[in-house]
Write a protein that binds this ligand. Sequence first.
Ligand SMILES: Cc1ncc(C[n+]2csc(CCOP(=O)(O)OP(=O)(O)O)c2C)c(N)n1
Ligand SMILES: [Mg+2]
Length: 322
Amino acid sequence: MKKEQQLDMYHQMVLIRRVEERGAELYQAGKIGGFMHLYIGQEAVSTGLIAAREPRDRVITAYRDHGVAINCGLSADEVMAELLGKATGMSKGKGGSMHMASVEKNMWGGHAIVGGHLPIAAGLALGDQYAKNDNVTICMFGDGATNIGYFHEALNLAKTWGLRVLWVCENNQYGMGTSVERASAVSDIRQKAEGYAMKNAEVNGMDVMAVYEAAKEAIQYVRKEGQPYFLEVDTYRFRGHSMGDPERYRKAEEVKQWQENDPIGIFNKYLLDTKASTRKGLDEIEARVEEEVNKAVEFAEASPEPALEELFTNVYVEEVNR
Ligand SMILES: Cc1ncc(C[n+]2csc(CCOP(=O)(O)OP(=O)(O)O)c2C)c(N)n1
Ligand SMILES: [Mg+2]
């Protein structure tokens, strides 16, 4: 990979982190309504995955979607404005934290119902199969979602019909306050893909380059073979499940251990070790992010709320280009 692309990925990861840290402050100040789930700690997952796609490949995810939007090419302005429910947000202020979407960037949401977007991913891929193209749909979901009926139906159909879906389980060890071991019959989640005779792999989600390499290989397989693929990514959320989580279900020690493997810190070290950048170069990226986020907050705060006449617009997409 060219070093420019690596530095762009570093920029994306730091931007996700800072947008969310500022988002959390604005939430505490009462400026953001509804639920908000932070991606802090998991930035390497979507950054590595989406860096490996072509723009024509579709991306769909659950409610932990702010980072995914940034990786798909949405600006900090559009994400921040959406968080604040403003008309200039990527979903015109009508989606909020959990429903960020952009057909233009091939980012199909942002879905709040656990597992509910997996059949939608299968549908997107079925549409592409019907149109006889070889686009890949990348569908991300949590470990908890693999215990839901939709997961099994969607994987079964994907394999039966040869749909081009890359299923990505972000195993962050918990579904709300329930650990994987307490909710799933198998804690090695990719075993579930074996049940559908689906090729699968597991990768360290704290290492963005490892995720990128695994995703490249997986996407190539899906595109060439016309078959789905299952990638389990081991990761951890550093913050609570959503904004009001007392975190009684896990020990501070455990959180600290994972935080020592901060994906941004690991990538920072990698870029210095491989001489892709200097300390000064990375500091400059971080300073640029700071400016971008300050500007995004100003932009979002100054933007208008959606007009009442817009209440029933943008409910359906009328045409999808294939
Ligand atoms: C069908 C459904 N059941 C329950 C909920 C409440 N709920 C929201 S998030 C969540 C946990 C999901 O965990 P996981 O899939 O691992 O995703 P993570 O939050 O860890 O990213 C639950 C049970 C929901 N949104 N939808
Ligand atoms: Mg989880």
